[in-house]
Design a protein around this ligand. Structure first.
Ligand SMILES: O=C(O)C(=O)C[C@]1(C(=O)O)C=C[C@@H](O)C=C1
Length: 355
């Protein structure tokens, strides 16, 4: 007799419940592991183990006739859940008194939430009050009481605040989180010689829920111990260490170019005379993807985006190169130069690894 559709659905629901129960069991085991990591002061992630776990899922999936891609996605999700939970386990020995300058800004609030969830004691110094975290009115006192001082103010204010913090001769770890480092570079390097100073750049926005698999750049300003300490604070993220002087050269592409391309995209649409709803009705996949990204850009902080273009000394050269690239596309199309166009496409494919 043929099984009723509803009965099959019931059977699937039962299996789903089993899967969820098993997942909860797995996470509970990971939490046990997390407690051990916390008491032994071990890092959250074990990349070699993660690779083995994913490999195990993929080879088992093959055995069961399941898609390898799905198996790898499931394994990554489970690992993500483990690290997320492990990150919440307090490490009292590692708990620091933190002063977050600009703690009421969007990124400042993210830092407060993140470090509070990791068991650190947060104080804020800002021009406005915050009901969630205690506020420090006297910057000097706040700096001298803190073990970690984080500067999360707009890029153009960072050098001034950094200078003031350094003038208090604190033994705290000090770092900024700004997106352009050149305006503060001299002070950061001076600071790196006399104090525990480094420079951090979380490569994600304040809406990000989890740090797992997000990129964080830590710039060496001369104090290696500061870099090590900052690395520990962002445990769980993908951390890349670089020299301070390299940072803005990389960000001129990673931030400046990608922002400019999206701004140029919506600016061109805005000048087109076609309404968004008219274009949306005939939208292609690429158009939809591009709209989504440039919508995120246009909804973000205009001052920050301006400063990223304006304060990075490498940006003008990158923007000129962007204009050249657009002109190459324009010329190829105007002059019926299919070869030039195809060359661009092929070289682009090569650049991304050939696929
Ligand atoms: O083996 C560990 O160290 C774990 O915490 C477990 C686990 C997992 O979920 O499989 C989680 C995080 C590690 O990066 C590797 C593996």
């Amino acid at each position: 007799m043929r099984e009723d559709i509803e009965d099959i659905r019931k059977r699937i629901e039962k299996i789903d419940n089993e899967i969820l129960r098993m997942m909860a069991n797995r996470t509970a085991a990971a939490v046990e592991m997390g407690k051990r990591k916390a008491s032994d002061s071990l890092p959250l992630r074990a990349p070699d183990v993660e690779e083995k776990v994913i490999g195990r899922y993929v080879s088992k999936a093959k055995e069961f006739g399941m898609s390898e891609d799905s198996a790898s996605t499931i394994a990554r999700l489970l690992i993500h859940e483990s690290i997320e939970q492990q990150g919440l386990i307090p490490r009292p020995a590692k708990s620091k008194r933190m002063l977050i300058i600009g703690g009421n800004g969007k990124m400042g609030q993210w830092l407060c939430r993140f470090f509070a969830s990791r068991g650190h004691k947060i104080k804020i110094y800002d021009t406005t009050e915050n009901i969630k975290y205690p506020c420090e009115k006297d910057l000097k006192q706040g700096v001298l009481e803190a073990e970690v001082v984080i500067i999360a103010v707009p890029i153009s204010y960072t050098p001034m605040i950094l200078e003031e913090v350094l003038s208090y001769n604190t033994s705290a770890l000090i770092f900024d989180v700004s997106s352009v480092k050149t305006p503060s570079a001299e002070i950061l390097k001076k600071g790196g010689k006399i104090a525990e100073v480094c420079s951090v750049h979380p490569m994600f926005g304040p809406e990000t829920n989890s740090i797992i698999d997000e990129n964080v750049v830590i710039c060496n300003c001369g104090s290696y111990s500061a870099v090590d300490k900052a690395e520990e604070l962002f445990d769980g993220a993908n951390i890349t260490k670089t020299d301070l002087d390299e940072h803005d050269k990389l960000m001129a592409y990673v931030l400046g170019l990608s922002h400019a391309t999206n701004i140029a995209f919506f600016e061109t649409l805005n000048r087109s005379g076609k309404s968004y709803s008219e274009l949306s009705r005939v939208a292609s996949t690429t158009f939809k993807d591009q709209v989504e990204t440039s919508h995120n850009v246009v909804s973000d902080n205009a001052q920050l985006y301006y400063e990223i273009q304006n304060l990075n000394p490498y940006e003008q050269e990158v923007l000129s190169s962007l204009v050249d690239s657009v002109n190459t596309i324009k010329d190829a199309a105007r002059k019926n130069n299919k070869d030039a166009f195809t060359k661009m496409m092929n070289e682009g494919k090569e650049y991304f690894g050939g696929n």
